[in-house]
Design a protein around this ligand. Sequence first.
Ligand code: BV8
Ligand code: ZN
Length: 227
Amino acid sequence: MTGAGVSAESGIPTFRGTDGLWKNYSVQDLATPHAFKRDPGLVWDWYRWRQNIILKAQPNPAHYAIVELERMFERFLLLTQNVDNLHYRAGSRKVLEIHGNIFRVRCSECGKENPFTCIDESIHELPRCDCGGLLRPDVVWFGEAIPSRVWAESLDYLNTAQVAVFCGTSGVVWPAAAIPGLAKELRIRTIEINLEPTPFSRTVDVSIMTRAGETLPRIVNALSAAE
Ligand code: BV8
Ligand code: ZN
């Protein structure tokens, strides 16, 4: 399972990092249905700003090491909290995006996916679906439930896993933050890779406090040598 820390070395600001995300707004001010209702243009500006940063960024060695792990293990699943699509750009395919994808757009009324992209021009008039509903980024906002199919698939997979690696997540956003504890209860071997201690550092079997971009490739090299 990955969090914003895996994309940090690609230059994508993390959510709880010092640089925050945008001007003096916090994620909780903008990534909510309430914020979108109150000022959809501001929320679209924020997502366009983030999309532009992400499109200028490249996947980093952490992303590519995770692609290698997917190739090495027949049974492998990547749960990502990241909405930046960098895992997909690096080559990951067995991925569940539990918080959605910043480049996908759907209608806030009928839910239909929409090919709208906001990259080049600023949002003069708000993008609408042919049903008249406002289009929105297809991400899970605070206060919104994770899509039930994605959550059910995540837990089903966890029930059969032998090893779980938690990389670059502060473990404060629920319900994703519940997964390390669930893994522990299921007696799964748990490994954490982070730059700082997290709420589950004391309960994981192995906690490695180094950069994801350095540690994941070392794990892949060690596994390849052992093959
Ligand atoms: C829900 C998409 C209910 C949007 C995101 C009080 C207690 C418990 C829960 C709550 C509470 N108050 C409110 C809640 C609920 C809330 C929540 O958990 N709030 C938190 C802040 C307390 N959760 C929700 O609202 C969820 N929904 O509960 O709905 C419900 C249920 C049923 C029916 C209806 C409603 C929805 C949560 C999803 C929110 N959406 N993203 C967008 O991105 O625009 S969350 C957002 O935060 C991102 O997805 C991000 O991934 C995620 C988590 O953050 P992290 O990935 O962990 O990133 P962070 O910056 O925090 O940490 C980075 C880590 O990386 C750090 O530890 C750092 O040390 C490390 N790092 C940095 N560099 C490196 C590194 N590690 C390794 N190498 C490096 N180089
Ligand atoms: Zn619609």
